[in-house]
Design a binder for this molecule. Structure first.
Ligand SMILES: [Zn+2]
Ligand SMILES: [Zn+2]
Length: 616
């Protein structure tokens, strides 16, 4: 017993309809009228469906526009529990959560921007609201699309196919992937046309009428239907050959798939926004074919690797639709839904997609690496440049949506290697500072501060470690490629500390003065706002270096947000260190930033033994 029976005459359809209405048993009558192509599709559909079952009706249904016979409307009636007017539906959309599924039925010409866009936006704004559209180029196509909702997919039709010219995930089990490389070497035409697909996704550059898969082209043209008058056709509509190899055209209508996902741009435009006559529109050609569910792009969108990963994963959880999932995945790419759903509304699990953001650490590291590279702080042949350049390239690759999605799925998969590079560069910077505290990179505060303006709103009063008030303020870079600098000036200590926004705050404590040969014990506190090891050291001005040493040379402590690290250093002096006022500078290197803090101290003789400049 066939699942569908083609019916040519209206009278016969009405008769068949009464019988079908009583027992809903196959064959399902399809009023193909004069449409031979639909009769062909009915036969093709027998390959992917196994029987019929009462569909799960939508909670609410609406009819848009006119041009549909009463018998077709009767046929559709069981597909929604309640039918209301489009005006009522629009009012209800503002009452959140009231209906979870809404079926919208109308000829393609009624799916205009005015009729459809508010519905699509409402669904995008309410996670639980699933829309399903039933449409067709005429009422025969529309009734055929509706009839397919009764069909049960054959249990042996399980394979999903992804044909993408932009992505190449790996095939496995019931997921078959063909990508750009395959399009050059494999004849995908018989693969697409002769196999039976539970779901098939086409992704490539495209327009209303075509999707490019290398030399192959998914074609929307239905040669059996008349084009409208005074409409725009593609070149083949004017008798010119196709712009692509015609032997490699994939007629979408003849693809044996239960579900078709058209993930190119503009594959399912709203009726009044379509570029070409409906005869050529991919969506309508899919409707004329055997798919009972079609997911089509509304307009332009950036669906790519992250959406494909979602889709491939989604294949494993059975028959749920993927429209809302795809739209949700793209929520942070554009402010409108990228796809709409044709067929009965599908009960999709409610998903909520966080933006694919990057950590504060990654952002600052990228900004700092770029600022060091593009500024003239470091000389052209500074050896640090090579490493920063490599890091910067890695970071640029990390910023893509594809990488951020991979990182979210497997945290550390990409960021770990960046972190390792950053630590290694941090070590190099800290070593350079210790070897030569006058290294050009230590000039960063003066360099970027010179190309900045004080932000009056940033001024804070702080108590300096010397006990006197100090002012902290930010010098904001004039252009976005430079770095802003946070400075702290004390009336007594002068330029007390410098750092970059989000880099550690270094404060130091030490005796105000010591006696000759007495060591100066320095206590440091390092307040961190970011994750990552901190390298810490202390140095003195050049004129004291020959007479002093610092213990230990460098320390490495684990920084974390809101963690304050404490550590000690000791400055030791030779007996030849001359008594006078000196200062030391403590520094911390984390995530490519250097924070410094400077403190004065004196070496003086004990008061009982003052040599007041008098000659011995
Ligand atoms: Zn063509
Ligand atoms: Zn001070």
């Amino acid at each position: 017993m066939p699942i569908f029976v083609p019916v040519r005459s209206h009278r016969e359809f009405v008769d068949r309809l009464q019988r079908f209405g009583r027992d809903a048993a196959p064959p399902i009558p399809v009023w193909v009228g004069p449409r031979d192509d639909l009769a062909e599709s009915l036969l093709l559909a027998e390959n992917v469906y196994t029987g019929s079952a009462a569909p799960h009706p939508s909670e609410v249904g609406i009819f848009l526009g006119a041009g549909v016979s009463a018998c077709v409307i009767d046929f559709l009636r069981p597909l929604a529990r309640r039918w209301i007017s489009p005006e009522q539906a629009r009012r209800r959309l503002n009452e959140p959560g009231i209906d979870r599924s809404l079926l919208i039925v109308g000829l393609y010409e009624s799916l205009s921007w005015r009729n459809v866009s508010s519905l699509l936006m409402a669904s995008h704004d309410s996670p639980g609201l699933n829309l399903g559209f039933l449409t067709g180029r005429d009422q025969h196509s529309l009734q055929w699309m509706a009839a397919k909702q009764w069909a049960t997919p054959a249990p042996e039709v399980v394979v999903a196919g992804l044909f993408s010219s932009v992505d190449s995930p790996t095939s496995n089990g019931n997921l078959q992937v063909y990508s750009e490389n395959d399009f050059d070497t494999v004849d995908i035409l018989p693969i697409v046309m002769e196999r039976r697909w539970r779901s098939i996704l086409f992704q490539g550059h495209g327009k209303d009428d075509s999707i490019n898969l290398g030399e192959f082209t998914v074609c929307g043209r239905n040669p059996h239907v008349e084009g409208g008058k005074d409409q725009q056709y593609p070149r083949c509509g004017y008798g010119h050959p196709c712009y692509k190899d015609e032997a490699k055209l994939i007629p979408l209508r003849r693809v044996q798939a239960v579900e078709i996902v058209l993930s190119a741009c503009n594959a399912g435009p709203m009726a009044d926004l379509a570029l070409y006559d409906p005869k050529y529109v991919l969506l309508l050609n899919a409707v004329d074919g055997c798919a009972q569910r079609i997911v089509a792009s509304v307009s332009v969108h950036d669906s790519a690797e992250p959406e494909n990963r979602h889709w491939l994963e989604h294949r494993k959880i059975g028959n749920a639709g993927c429209t809302k999932m795809l739209n949700e995945s793209l929520r942070w790419e554009h402010p409108y839904p990228a796809f709409w759903h044709f067929g009965l509304p599908s009960r999709e699990p409610i998903v909520h997609e966080d933006p694919l953001a990057i950590s504060n650490e990654m952002r600052t590291v990228a900004e700092r690496a770029r600022a060091y590279l593009t500024s003239t702080l470091l000389s052209e042949n500074d050896r640090l440049r090579l490493r920063l350049h490599k890091l910067s390239k890695k970071l640029s690759a990390f910023l893509t949506r594809d990488s951020r999605d991979k990182e979210r799925r497997r945290p550390g998969v990409l960021s770990e290697s960046i972190r390792a590079d950053v630590q290694s560069i941090d070590h190099q910077i800290a070593s350079r500072v210790l070897q030569n505290p006058e290294d050009p990179i230590m000039n960063y505060a003066a360099y970027f501060g010179d190309r900045a303006l004080l932000d009056p709103d940033s001024v804070l009063s702080r108590e300096c470690s010397c006990g006197y008030p100090a002012q902290e303020f930010r010098r904001c870079s004039l252009v976005s490629g430079d770095l802003s600098v946070i400075c702290c000036y004390c009336l007594r200590c002068g330029d007390k500390s410098f750092r970059l926004p989000s880099s550690p705050i270094v404060t130091c404590r030490a005796a105000d003065h010591i006696q000759p040969t007495e060591p100066l014990r320095i206590s440091l506190e390092i307040e961190c706002t970011q994750q990552g090891p901190v390298r810490i050291g202390v140095f003195v001005p050049p004129y004291l270096r020959p007479y002093s040493s610092v213990e230990p040379t460098m320390k490495r402590l684990k920084g974390a947000p809101d963690r304050t690290l404490s550590t000690q250093f000791e400055l030791r002096f030779g007996s030849d260190a001359i008594p006078q006022a000196y200062y030391f500078t403590a520094f911390a290197v984390q995530n490519l930033a250097i924070s410094t803090c400077r403190q004065h101290f004196g070496i003086r003789y004990p008061e009982t033994n003052t040599r007041n400049g008098a000659s011995g």
